[in-house]
Design a protein around this ligand. Structure first.
Ligand code: GLC
Length: 540
């Protein structure tokens, strides 16, 4: 099999794709179903690549597409080196990769290093007997002296983090579902075996990985209890301070080992899901440029629609990320309610989604877009009998992540142009949001995304410039980005009233307004912004 690599690279273009580029996350079950079984697949993604090229993104990240019993929809991997039959096979993957690379689109896969499926052959062997050579691939412990789990750790998805295996009389650790046993990264054989799974795909030509809950791979070696949050009784996972069950300092040595694998190849990248809502801790995952290329900052997925809060969070992370690193901007994912719904306001239509798009695509750092946000997809209400996400059962139907995982709305049709079969989740409001209609409508949100992506591609200031906040009235986040004599000035009006802002002086140069057809300013000293709108001006 010939190895597929993209046409361009840093040597020929002077451009490191993941620093300059924009990543688009695809949840493979929901992007495009090519065989009518109601679940998206790799061939479906391949058929829709031209949408991504038209839009102007640089890379796609595909949530796990490996063989899996789907207890957590692919985040329970039964084989790291193959493709889940629902999604296709290795031949489909190679075709997708080659076609993507032919279009200069990179592909990131989703690596799940903290845990496997309980159906992974390693775990089947591990639980078969205490003496099995794979026993130590996982974290097994005797019951506590008086019986019961070895310590007080809780699973993120509810209940204790320990499951008793009756046959061998020991408990195994699972940070998530009992069907997702945690690997023991303190075992050098696990490290070697997991590095080999990375090489399998890097050898095949993939451009990098998103790394699932990477901060969890190192725990306290003595497995000490977590301290309790005062007054936190009854709050399950939230009742403890997670000081011993994740983010042990040894994680950094493990990350350096993983980075070593990446550095055997050219221009591959690793972005880690570091789900710790403390940017100071997250920024440590960049190391001295020898750990992750990127660590997700999820603070914005929790931010209120408030200019001061966005400004604070964006600037804080920007300052924390070391020189050798590069920040990122994330507003949505398969784990977070869609931002168009989070920030919805009855009077503004797509206004706030447009401001959010401008923030993502003009800020400093690699933007990560979540499929469907370009057409303003909202959370879809899921009737109780159609809920799929295990969190609906283990925690509460209200925390189900299904609403943000519904099929991509390609057209205004009952099955949204996603499938000819019965879609695995209900379809959202296709009349209000679909690709086909928005493509033809110059004022659509999708065309704004496209224009923003084009502007970013053309502007050195937007791709690489430094970031500095500009003084602005309450309710507005304004900033400038400068690079090699070019200046981008951006003002985002989060408020529900029109405002006037000064973004500097002189002719504004090339301007993009989130409101299609809005009057553009003659001078940056006086910029009028309607409620829930934003402007970006490039000088030089
Ligand atoms: C990550 C994934 C999430 C998954 C969990 C367990 O947080 O993003 O979808 O359920 O890890 O693997």
């Amino acid at each position: 099999m010939p190895i597929s690599r993209p046409r361009t690279n840093e040597a020929t273009t002077g451009r490191l794709w993941w620093r300059d580029g924009v990543v688009y996350q695809i949840y493979p079950r929901s992007f495009m179903d090519s065989n009518g079984d109601g679940v998206g697949d790799l061939e479906g993604i391949r058929q829709r690549l031209d949408h991504l090229v038209w839009l102007g993104v640089d890379a796609i990240w595909i949530s796990p597409c490996f063989p899996s019993p789907m207890k957590d929809f692919g985040y329970d991997v039964a084989d790291y080196c193959d493709i889940e039959p629902l999604f296709g096979d290795l031949g489909d993957f190679d075709r997708l990769l080659a076609d993507a690379h032919a279009r200069d689109l990179r592909i990131l896969l989703d690596w799940v290093p903290n845990h496997t499926s309980d159906q992974h052959p390693w775990f089947l062997a591990s639980r078969s007997s205490r003496d099995d050579p794979k026993r130590d691939f996982y974290v097994w412990r005797d019951p506590a002296p008086g019986g019961g789990p070895p310590n007080n750790w809780k699973a993120v998805f509810g209940g204790d983090a320990w499951e008793l295996d009756e046959a061998t009389g020991q408990y195994y650790l699972h940070s998530f579902l009992p069907e997702q046993p945690d690997l023991d990264w303190r075992n050098p054989e696990v490290v070697r075996a997991m590095h080999a799974t990375l090489r399998f795909w890097l050898d095949r030509g993939v451009d990098g990985f998103r790394m699932d809950v990477i901060h969890k791979i190192a725990k306290d070696p003595e497995l000490r209890d977590n301290p309790l949050v005062p007054g936190g009784e009854g709050r399950g996972y939230g009742s403890q301070e997670h000081v011993n069950d994740e983010n042990h300092d040894d994680v950094h040595a493990l990350l350096r080992g993983i980075r070593g694998v990446f550095d055997e190849y050219d221009e591959r990248m690793a972005v880690g899901e570091v789900y710790i809502l403390d940017p100071r801790k997250v920024s440590r995952f960049y190391g001295d440029g020898d750990e992750l290329h990127q660590a997700f900052n999820f603070k914005l997925t929790h931010a209120r629609w408030d200019a001061a809060e966005f400004e604070r969070e964006v600037l804080f992370f920007d300052e924390l990320v070391p020189e050798v690193g590069w920040p990122n901007l994330v507003l949505g994912s398969h784990d977070a309610p869609r931002h168009a719904s989070r920030y919805d306001h009855p009077e503004h239509g797509d206004g706030r989604a447009r401001v959010a798009a401008m923030l993502l695509l003009t800020g400093r750092g690699t933007p990560f877009l979540y499929y469907g946000e370009e057409i303003g997809m909202r959370n879809v209400e899921i009737p109780e009998d159609r809920l799929q996400d295990p969190l609906a059962w283990t925690l509460h139907p209200k925390v189900s992540r299904d609403p943000e995982r519904t099929p991509m709305q390609w057209e205004d049709a009952p099955k949204a142009g996603f499938s000819t079969g019965d879609p695995w989740l209900p379809i959202g409001d296709t009349a209000a949001h679909n690709v086909t209609a928005q493509r033809d409508e110059p004022s659509s949100l999708m065309n704004l995304y496209r224009e923003l992506l084009a502007l970013r591609r053309e502007s050195g200031a937007l791709r690489r410039g430094s970031l500095r906040a500009l003084p602005s009235p309450d309710g507005v986040f304004a900033f400038e980005r400068t690079h090699e004599g070019q200046r981008a000035a951006v003002a985002l009006n989060f408020s529900d009233a029109p405002v006037e802002v000064s973004l500097g002086q002189g002719a504004p140069g090339r301007v993009l307004h989130t409101v299609h057809g809005a009057a553009l300013p003659d001078d940056l000293a006086k910029v009028h912004l309607p409620a829930a709108s934003g402007i970006c001006a490039i000088q030089g």
